[in-house]
Design a protein around this ligand. Structure first.
Ligand SMILES: C=C(O[C@@H]1C=C(C(=O)O)C=C[C@H]1O)C(=O)O
Length: 114
């Protein structure tokens, strides 16, 4: 048998539910901003990918990544955000960008062979 739930909305005071709704509204706005910022970042990185393919530059640039990680870790510390989380997030995004750059380069090679 399932135990009694620790809390249920029928016992939760209205002001707490109203505050939860207000905070969730802010979270939804922030999530929307994050998605728009990420889309803008990927638009830029797609252009970088095209430029690199045209100029025969490699998809990844580890020295640039090292500088970005240090910069982001400092920004995170200043903002009281866990720098390890900031680094993991950046690594996750950059990994995807490099995958796109590799695909762009492969397509460019195929097109030049055709
Ligand atoms: C966008 C670039 O390509 C790659 C992706 C990066 C990124 O997403 O910030 C950074 C370095 C590169 O590994 C770049 O070289 O600037």
């Amino acid at each position: 048998m399932n135990p009694e739930p620790v809390s249920s909305t029928s016992r939760t005071p209205d002001p707490a539910l109203a505050e939860l709704e207000r905070l969730r509204g802010s979270i939804d706005n922030i999530d929307a901003a994050l998605i728009h910022m990420l889309a803008e970042r990927f638009r830029c990185t797609q252009e970088v990918g095209q430029l690199k393919a045209r100029a025969y530059l490699p998809p990844a640039d580890p020295s640039r990544e090292t500088r970005q990680i240090e910069r982001l870790r400092q920004l995170a510390r200043d903002a009281h955000l866990d720098p390890d989380f900031a680094e993991k997030f950046l690594a996750f995004v950059i990994h995807e960008v490099i995958r796109h750059h590799e695909a762009i380069a492969a397509n460019a090679r195929k097109a030049s062979e055709a």
